[in-house]
Write a protein that binds this ligand. Structure first.
Ligand SMILES: NC(=O)c1ccc[n+]([C@@H]2O[C@H](COP(=O)([O-])OP(=O)(O)OC[C@H]3O[C@@H](n4cnc5c(N)ncnc54)[C@H](OP(=O)(O)O)[C@@H]3O)[C@@H](O)[C@H]2O)c1
Length: 257
């Protein structure tokens, strides 16, 4: 009797382990007919990749995406060991560099939505690489972060202050937005201003061509915004939006007053 019970529990544990393997990793191809059946049984799973996953904004996006049971997340970063603790049956880590096309193509294969939170003086080039990899792999939906101020759209005197403090980033962030707008992908471009780690998720949006409102953007609110778009990818399709917190108007962010 003991032997039979042991055998039964062994079989139960084995089948659980097989189930975990089969759902592991957004880009994993099914290895067997059984795995294919499981994928077909979950046709609504969304494969989402976060590029620049160890960044401070990404860390606010990750938990908000994982609130959605149908999201399978790929975290793309330069040294995967830093986020090893997040690996699970719904979270796959991919070590790669966005300056390397082969890394990007492999990671983007099979993804439904690509989110980039990278920064840097080569952001336009890295973003063009992402666009090109998405086209190669047939991925269509992209969300990227540029920056407020690229159209001189901040109200004065905040605009002049921001230009003095961070104007050197404006050209690269402008080219980043242009690369995405001209890509023929379905895009959402976010233009945050001075990022904070305040916990507020409340945000206000301004469209391209409108005067910006606010001087601060919480990373948590970007996390909420991205989660909203992933939940409903038609939301804010082909929009280029300023994002900031209500009540932060002024000549500069609170931390600099
Ligand atoms: N700070 C502000 O006030 C402000 C204002 C407006 C807009 N923004 C924009 O907001 C975005 C998010 O800001 P944040 O504070 O979250 O940035 P962050 O913490 O510096 O994160 C950016 C991430 O991008 C990754 N990255 C850069 N180059 C990469 C590459 N070649 N391959 C793979 N990953 C790469 C970095 O990786 P490593 O960890 O490996 O270095 C880093 O983890 C950026 O686009 C920034 O330009 C910032």
């Amino acid at each position: 009797m003991k032997k039979i019970l042991f055998l039964l529990s062994f079989l139960a544990i084995s089948s659980l382990a097989i189930g975990a393997d089969m759902s592991n990793g957004a880009g994993d191809l099914p290895a067997s007919g059984q795995a294919r059946d499981v994928q077909q049984a979950n046709p609504k799973m969304k494969n989402v990749i976060l590029i620049g996953a160890n960044g401070r904004t990404s860390r606010e996006i990750i938990p908000r995406l994982l609130e959605q049971d149908d999201v399978r997340l790929t975290l793309f970063l330069r040294r995967a060991s830093r986020l090893q603790f997040l690996q699970s049956d719904r979270v796959r880590l991919v070590e790669g560099d966005a300056t390397n096309m082969a890394d990007l193509r492999e990671a983007i294969r099979g993804q439904d939505i690509v989110v980039s939170t990278m920064g840097g003086m080569d952001l336009d080039v890295k973003t063009a690489n992402i666009v090109s990899a998405m086209k190669d792999e047939g991925a269509r939906r992209i969300i990227v972060i540029s920056a407020g101020g690229i159209y001189d759209e901040l109200p004065e005197p905040f605009n002049a202050w921001d230009k003095r403090m961070a104007g050197q980033y404006r050209p690269v962030n402008l080219r980043t937005a242009q690369v995405v707008e001209q890509s023929s992908l379905t895009y959402t471009i976010l233009r945050p201003v001075w990022l904070t780690d305040k916990p507020t998720e409340v945000f206000q949006l301004t469209k391209k061509g409108e005067t910006y409102k606010g001087t601060e953007t919480s990373r948590a609110s970007i996390g909420r915004f991205v989660a909203d778009v992933v939940k409903n990818p038609a939301l804010h399709a082909n929009e280029n939006l300023g994002i900031s917190q209500p009540g932060t108007d002024g000549d500069r962010p609170a931390a600099y007053r």
